[in-house]
Design a protein around this ligand. Structure first.
Ligand SMILES: *Cc1c(COP(=O)(O)O)cnc(C)c1O
Length: 223
């Protein structure tokens, strides 16, 4: 497994470097999250030994099982849909949440973090494709909601997360996300992350202005 992961990570880093050159950035400007959902603890240990410190998980219970069994230096990013009855687990074990998309969940996360004296980093999820089946707030509501999230004591607003549709709308939605993120940053200068891009579209995402990518299968293989 080690050899395979090493070669996957090297080739990913090379592709990130090449894409970032297009926008006058380099590898270090792009925050990489290795999405480890449904992958074993051994996979995570190996990737961690190869220099990866940030891992993404979609399910609260899986996050907990992994977090309690792994190195305390690992940063955990919760990137799955968030239910209020799982907020306590996620607040405890995640360092970041990328899927804050409604007041109720923001309040619950804030309350749970307050109880354990923790400040969590968070991105607001935006439904950039406007598909009714996808989560996230509407782009028009971003600034009002961001103001609300930013007012919470135990949540540190770090940016936005989007899942653009693949296919011909991909690049256009990415450009819209970039513009939206610029609006956010002018109001909230610390919200400097645009979490955008997966195995399928991370290069286009970087060229479009993403500075945080969430890559699973290209690192760990098919799920
Ligand atoms: C699973 C997942 C990813 C990673 O997808 P890959 O195709 O494995 O790179 C990224 N973001 C979110 C929100 C996910 O659920």
């Amino acid at each position: 497994m080690q050899k395979e992961l090493e070669s996957n990570i090297n080739s990913l880093n090379f592709k990130i470097s090449e894409a970032s050159k297009v926008v006058s950035k380099n590898l270090n400007d792009i925050f990489l999250i290795a999405v480890s959902k449904k992958k074993s603890i051994e996979h995570i240990i190996t990737a961690h030994e190869l220099g990866i410190n940030n891992f993404g998980e979609n399910y609260a219970q899986e996050l907990k099982n992994k977090a309690i069994n792994l190195d305390k230096n690992i940063n955990w990013h919760f990137i799955g849909p968030l239910q209020t009855n799982k907020a306590k687990i996620v607040a405890k074990y995640a360092d970041w949440i990328h899927t804050i998309d409604r007041k109720k969940i923001a309040e619950k996360i804030n309350d749970e973090c307050k109880k354990i004296n923790k400040v969590i980093s968070a991105c607001i999820q935006i439904n950039i494709s406007k598909e009714s089946t996808k989560s996230g707030i509407s782009p028009e509501d971003m600034l009002v909601f961001a103001k609300y999230v930013n007012s919470m004591e135990n949540i540190n607003l770090k940016g936005i997360m989007v899942l653009p549709s693949l296919g011909e709308e991909n690049r256009k939605q990415m450009q819209m996300s970039k513009l939206l993120h610029e609006e956010l940053v002018s109001a909230f200068p610390d919200a400097k992350y645009l979490s955008m891009g997966t195995t399928n579209d991370f290069e286009t995402a970087i060229v479009s202005g993403s500075n945080m990518i969430r890559v699973g299968e290209l690192i760990f293989g098919k799920r």
